[in-house]
Design a protein around this ligand. Structure first.
Ligand SMILES: Cc1cc2nc3c(=O)[nH]c(=O)nc-3n(C[C@H](O)[C@H](O)[C@H](O)COP(=O)(O)OP(=O)(O)OC[C@H]3O[C@@H](n4cnc5c(N)ncnc54)[C@H](O)[C@@H]3O)c2cc1C
Length: 340
């Protein structure tokens, strides 16, 4: 059955940048049947589609002349253990942080490093969310998704999702085509702390915790994030606006020769992940304001809406950041959020 279709619908409340943009059509869906009904609706035929979760990883640069599908599939099911892991299926519309907390309470730890990431569970695979030394891919089994082309629900394994650093097939070939209905997590039964990341390690040390449990890591991550990142309810933002660039060992050597304090983290295979925040700061843009858009003063990776900014203003600032970093370091920063 087709759920209510709204015409010329404001998306201001549905994106954490808090920018105004209108959708020609807007619809909430809770099941594959409702998606099938949308696909059959003649008024929507041939229109571009935007799938929406919590709106915390996108920048709307203008009105959307198509259909916005807000995914609200509910539910959480413990599927039991298999292959040494607890398998939990969660509806795409469930809030991510609330799910992390709920699983901890159910004694199903494993996601604590990803606490307080805004948005919904259905969007977690899109950019393979990651933080403080852990990525979703390490706690993932499979997902079910509705495919607009074949009009069927299908299962996709970790390999089929083709996860990368802040990346998956959903940002590429499957963008706008597949709607994730539910994800199945795989949480190792033999829980081990992931506590090596500097910020988490420091926070645990400051709390006098040498052998942290999952709750300790959860608390340390939440405290660190609250200190460092702006709350979108107070100041509009989409978290990190740029990915950390990854360079070869030789490129890194050449950069270090000119910029000895450049911050980078070694990866396997000799490559180095550079701190984009350091590059932006060194390009003189930390705390910058352009009109009503800005670079957050406490964390240069985050672009903010200082009040009433348009998506186009934020995009113009993002372009300036890219240009200045490219000019100074010869590196092009890739945006992390989806730009619509
Ligand atoms: C303050 C702040 C901190 C953040 N910190 C982090 C962090 O530490 N690590 C990190 O990885 N991210 C972080 N983010 C980014 C963001 O929270 C995540 O990417 C999150 O998973 C986005 O979820 P969402 O529901 O808001 O997705 P949306 O913003 O609604 O959508 C993002 C993308 O996913 C697609 N999408 C959403 N739902 C579905 C679905 N059901 N099926 C198919 N496609 C879908 C959309 O079309 C869009 O392309 C942060 C954001 C903010 C505002």
């Amino acid at each position: 059955m087709l759920s209510t279709l709204h015409e010329q619908f404001s998306l201001r409340e549905f994106n954490t940048f808090g920018v105004e943009a209108r959708a020609r059509w807007f619809c909430r869906v809770r099941s594959a049947d409702e998606l099938a009904a949308l696909a059959a609706e003649p008024r929507l035929a041939g229109l571009p589609r935007l799938v929406l979760g919590g709106g915390s990883n996108l920048l709307l640069t203008g009105d959307f002349d198509g259909l916005v599908v807000k995914v609200e599939v509910p539910g959480l099911r413990d599927l039991g253990d298999a292959d040494g892991a607890w398998h939990i299926e969660v509806g795409a519309g469930e809030n991510w942080h609330a799910t992390v907390e709920r699983l901890l309470a159910m004694e199903r730890p494993g996601l604590e490093n990803l606490a307080l990431i805004p948005g919904n569970c259905g969007a977690a695979p899109i950019q393979n969310i990651g933080a403080y030394g852990l990525e979703l891919a390490e706690r993932f089994d499979s997902l079910s998704a509705w495919d607009f082309d074949s009009q069927q629900t299908m299962r996709m394994s970790t390999a089929e999702c083709d996860f990368g650093y802040r990346d998956s097939i959903f940002k590429r070939a499957m963008a706008g085509r597949r709607v994730i209905l539910a994800i199945t997590l795989a949480l190792p039964r033999q829980w081990l702390p992931v506590a090596g990341y500097a910020d988490v390690a420091q926070e645990l040390k400051a709390r006098g915790i040498a052998q942290p449990g999952a709750r300790d890591i959860f608390d340390a991550v939440v405290a660190t994030r609250r200190r460092k990142l702006p709350d979108p309810a107070v100041i509009g933002n989409a978290g990190s606006f740029f990915k950390n660039p990854i360079v070869s060992r030789d490129e890194h050597r050449a950069l270090i020769a000119h910029h000895p304090s450049l911050v980078g983290y070694p990866l396997s295979g000799g490559r180095v992940k550079l701190a984009a925040a350091w590059l932006i700061d060194a390009a003189g843009l930390k705390g910058a304001t352009r009109g009503r858009a800005g670079v957050y003063e406490k964390q240069a990776l985050v672009l903010v809406n200082r009040g009433g900014a348009t998506g186009a203003e934020i995009l113009a600032l993002a372009r300036e950041v890219q240009d200045k970093v490219a000019e100074k370091f010869g590196l092009w920063l890739e945006p992390e959020p989806v730009i619509v």
